[in-house]
Design a protein around this ligand. Structure first.
Ligand SMILES: NC(=O)c1ccc[n+]([C@@H]2O[C@H](COP(=O)([O-])OP(=O)(O)OC[C@H]3O[C@@H](n4cnc5c(N)ncnc54)[C@H](O)[C@@H]3O)[C@@H](O)[C@H]2O)c1
Length: 345
């Protein structure tokens, strides 16, 4: 392993990219935050000033071509990932690409093929739950076969609220359910054969025309079934839980566990309440998972290796979500057909 720290460039420094930039600047070993890029130059400059010693590029492709950048963390909108991933592959630069890999299956296949032609796997997709200690323990438990076959997963994914005034029902599938898609494939170690999305009468807190919450059902290749609730205007907080049911046992992860039992008056000064808080968003709920994910990526990149979810996993999740968006409009199950070569990169 080379002694020098990995010089990382972060592309896109909105909510997620700024969080990763701070992580790289402050908490990740054997890495330095060398550069950031964002077309919103003022935003990038403000962050660079806060963090100190970081070059700023307005053009993301310029950052990717920067000789002082060894690896790229892509946190730009999914709609621009294809071009930026292809530029990284062309230079042989390792990338941690926030989900989604790309917006549709054709462009995901294009990325897989480019990576293959380059002769080296370079892309890790940012499905950080695979690095969350509880998800890792659940995976080990299920893989041990101690309780026989896993029959069911029940996954819950709630957000406090959605500030975006242009939010649409499809975004629940593409941006939120995609994490449940990857968790189902990861925990059960197999592909999703079909997906069906149904919904109750929407919450009054949803924007007009937005179907929220949504319940989706995955039928896995082996016959296991996964139920998912995604509720983005839950008004409670960011809650992500999973229960796995096997033949002779079950396990739940993601229950709040501050370890401290508290009592106090309610926010309006009224009746007493008990219990702990609920994380407001993913950055605190999965802080440890992001730290472990980015550290694992840095360590693997310095060794010239790849760990975690690959471009194949990114492609597979994109195909499932595309089928999910079709089901959202009809309510009927839609088959998932993966067309990439089965050999993983
Ligand atoms: N893993 C997770 O839990 C998680 C959570 C949230 C977001 N994400 C993903 O992270 C990515 C960014 O999401 P966000 O919530 O930070 O969005 P955001 O809108 O807060 O930030 C996006 C940033 O990208 C910049 N940008 C716009 N066009 C660009 C381009 N062509 N090249 C580079 N940057 C460009 C914008 O100016 C903005 O600063 C998305 O792919 C999203 O799906 C992942």
């Amino acid at each position: 392993m080379p002694d020098d720290p990995l010089r990382v460039g972060v592309v896109g420094v909105g909510v997620m990219g700024a969080d990763h930039a701070r992580r790289l600047a402050g908490r990740i070993a054997n890495a330095t935050l060398a550069a950031i890029a964002d077309p919103d130059r003022d935003r990038a400059q403000e962050l660079a000033t806060q963090l100190g010693g970081v070059r700023v590029h307005a053009d993301p492709l310029e950052l990717i071509r920067d000789d002082g950048v060894d690896a790229v963390l892509l946190a730009s909108p999914g709609s621009v990932h294809t071009e930026q991933l292809l530029a990284c592959i062309e230079r042989g630069t390792p990338v941690l690409c926030e989900k989604p890999l790309t917006m549709d299956s054709e462009s995901s296949l294009q990325v897989i093929e480019a990576e293959r032609a380059a002769g080296r796997s370079l892309i890790q997709v940012g499905f950080m739950r695979r690095f969350d200690p509880e998800y890792m323990r659940l995976k080990q438990l299920l893989d041990s076969g101690r309780w026989g076959r896993t029959l069911l997963l029940h996954q819950t994914h709630r957000n406090l609220t959605v500030p975006n005034p242009h939010f649409r029902s499809e975004m629940i599938v593409r941006d939120s359910l995609v994490h449940e898609v990857d968790c189902a494939r990861f925990l059960l170690g197999e592909e999703i054969a079909s997906v069906q999305v149904i919904s109750p009468t929407p919450t009054r807190h949803a924007l007009k025309g937005v179907v929220d919450p949504q319940v989706s059902i995955f039928r896995m290749a082996s016959g296991a079934v996964v139920t998912n609730e995604v509720f983005v205007n839950s008004r409670t907080g960011y809650e992500v839980r999973c229960e796995a049911v096997a033949e002779t046992g079950s396990a739940i992860i993601g229950r709040p566990s501050s370890g401290i039992y508290t009592t106090g008056v309610g926010p309006d000064g009224g009746e007493g309440t008990w219990g702990g808080g609920i994380d407001p968003d993913y950055r605190t709920r999965f802080e440890r998972a992001y730290d472990i994910e980015v550290q694992a990526w840095v360590d693997a990149s310095r060794r010239g290796e790849l760990v975690g979810p690959t471009s194949w996993d990114g492609y597979a999740s994109t195909v499932v979500c595309t089928a999910g968006m079709e089901s959202l409009s009809t309510g009927a199950p839609v088959d998932v057909v993966l067309r990439a070569p089965v050999t993983r990169t």
